[in-house]
Design a protein around this ligand. Sequence first.
Ligand SMILES: NC(=O)c1ccc[n+]([C@@H]2O[C@H](COP(=O)([O-])OP(=O)(O)OC[C@H]3O[C@@H](n4cnc5c(N)ncnc54)[C@H](O)[C@@H]3O)[C@@H](O)[C@H]2O)c1
Length: 378
Amino acid sequence: MTPNTLKWGIIGGGLMGREFASALGRWIALTDDAIPPSQLVAVCDLNEGARNWFSRVPSVSQLTASADELLQNPDVDAVYIALPHHLHREFYLKALRAGKDLLAEKPFGIDLEAAIEVRDEAQKLGRFVRCSSEMPFFPGAQRVWKTLSQNLDSLGRILEIRAGFHHSSDLDPSKPANWKRQNKTCGENGVLNDLGMHVAHLPLRLGWKPARVYAQLQHGFPVRPDGRGGEVVCDTWDNALLHCDVEIGSEIATMRWEMKRMAPTETNTWFLEVLGTRGGVKFSTKTPKTLFVFENGKEQSWNAIDLGHGSAFSTVTGGIFEFGFPDSILQMLAAFAAERAGVLGDKFGMATPEEATASHQIWAAALRSQEEKRAVEV
Ligand SMILES: NC(=O)c1ccc[n+]([C@@H]2O[C@H](COP(=O)([O-])OP(=O)(O)OC[C@H]3O[C@@H](n4cnc5c(N)ncnc54)[C@H](O)[C@@H]3O)[C@@H](O)[C@H]2O)c1
């Protein structure tokens, strides 16, 4: 029997709203019939131009400037909310109270307090809620996950973990500022709010929550064009290095998380590297089809394995073809639909409200560490 279609609404039809809609448009690529088909039916954005872009999607029957109107639509089962961070708490709570399930964008509220309130409300009302973090759905990241979750002992004692997400989007000082460059709309956490969930998702799923953190945070350019002939002050943290202690087994391993909006040469590079005394694994979207496996035999080597399109949720795409960012969004949406329907099985799921809240606890400790110039317990 074909499962019921999951009908989506989007609130916030900007960069990510469009990404989400176009990923849904490729739903036919998924081959597993147990996953409920998913369809976009309604979109809300204050900006008329942004809203009207979605008129190209044949299944959309509601375009509105009012989130309340969209949330009253009985056809909408779940909403994807992709709004600036200062609006997360208000709109996430509104959606939950209107009876909708929620795919929340990171950072899941502007700060820890907002994340806790949304997490608790979702739990109280029994809604299915997950937080966006698509990069771990790359086949290489999935293979790293499989090794670490099923075969960690084969690596020996874990010595070191390095995970990160690097952009160079802020290197150009003439680039006009948007809401992501100001604390009042992006949050005091700055780049941690922007890129942190992507980095934290997989380690937290493995139970690798830092016990202590020493943070080094850096500002970017203090002033930028406002895009209307004037200038605007930019006060967010742009780059962050978090040096963490994490308990694995009975040992403390060192874990470094790197989140940068000013990383020369990088466009959208997500990476994870884990080194143990007997073995290691690493994957970076810089070499998107290649998994590296460290072998510590008579001689030591990094073996490069080209994975092609070996995604967690099978698709019609040929196995030798490359995987990319839009594919990772489709895989993530498949995980949402499958988990909501109770058919995820042992596959990797999206970030949970608990994980998103845990990430905020880490960012709060990082801000304290930066202020006090010392390592801080999480
Ligand atoms: N998962 C990812 O890879 C990824 C990448 C970029 C951004 N994001 C996250 O997505 C969210 C949105 O970021 P973006 O880059 O798409 O932003 P954006 O500025 O491109 O889009 C935001 C949209 O929200 C609309 N909007 C603002 N206030 C509104 C309101 N009250 N009601 C209805 N619409 C309103 C704006 O008109 C705009 O079209 C943020 O949480 C951000 O951190 C995630």
